[in-house]
Design a protein around this ligand. Sequence first.
Ligand SMILES: C[S@@+](CC[C@H](N)C(=O)[O-])C[C@H]1O[C@@H](n2cnc3c(N)ncnc32)[C@H](O)[C@@H]1O
Length: 365
Amino acid sequence: MTYLPTLLGTLRLIGLSPLGDSPIDPSRNVVQGGPAAAINDIVTVVNARTVIEVGSWEGRSAVMWGRELSARGDDWLLICVDTWLGSVEMWERESGDWSREKLVIADGYPTVFTTFASNVRRAGLGKHTVALPIDSAQGLELLKRHDVVADVIYVDAAHDFVNALRDIRRALALLDSTNPRSLVLCDDYMAQWPGVREAIHVSAREANSRIFVKDAQAALIRESATTIVDELEKRGWSESLLDAEHGDAIGDGDGDGDGDGTINRLTRELRDRHETTMRIESKLRATRQELLEVKADRRQLRERLAHRRAKGHDGSHTAATQSRDARQELRQVRSELDALKRSRSWRITAWLRRLNAISRWRRQS
Ligand SMILES: C[S@@+](CC[C@H](N)C(=O)[O-])C[C@H]1O[C@@H](n2cnc3c(N)ncnc32)[C@H](O)[C@@H]1O
């Protein structure tokens, strides 16, 4: 072991050491399965000895990395960065492999780290595996500050665009520059996770990298590492052509792959929301106008009614004629009032009248 002691010495400075072989909790056992073939390809092609895994969960992929690294010798180290508190989708799902059930919440707090540690130790990889239980942004920053770099950074933590992009950007900054083959590998490059895909596209553009894919694993190949392209292709990896295959990489649909897709999509969303707001405002204006008209009609009717009543008392007609005229006018006014109340305008402005009544009542009380 030549390389490992130096790296372990650096990690010890920030309180980190390998998991070791402490007792294993037999009840915490993970189902195997996952992108073993892709991980084997990457370790071989990159000639990797150091891997930083961002997002480890129960240790499924950590065990795969450890097995591949250990198959090549004893001089290797895997650093796993995770809060071991789960992601949004795990909290939302009640049961299954990636769910609340696997968080094993005890006294209100997840204990999935025990599952992770048990699985790594059971696989005999504890001496070469260091856990960094912290948020990915801070974990990667901490490693950067202490000049910890790696041959492969595996990104599989939060799956939303903003967090995935931030993780990939930070991961790119931790690549070992002395290894021209070093690369960032991202899990879940698939339609089910559009945020992850978009983050991979954006960061690939920013880093002037090509994307090679196998089994939903996406490797970002920098220009300086293009020598490994042939080897990856021989192993079944294929390039994800941002412009031709997927249209524009981040969805602006103009096919020029200029990386403006995100901005264009957000601009479109903003424009749609603005139009909706304008439509609602114009509907509100029309409703207010109808209310004013209804009020004016009602005032007119009341005035006519009052006028009629007053006329009934002026003594210019005989009592019988006055009374008949008054009744007739009253009937007419009432029928007009009923028609008004049945009208659509009256019904649709009911909420505004109620609002006015409430505010009048508030002012008075
Ligand atoms: C999909 S799982 C990782 C699966 C693992 N790579 C495997 O294949 O077995 C995602 C993990 O990322 C962790 N995670 C999510 N957001 C994180 C963040 N911001 N910082 C650190 N870890 C995070 C969760 O706790 C969870 O363990």
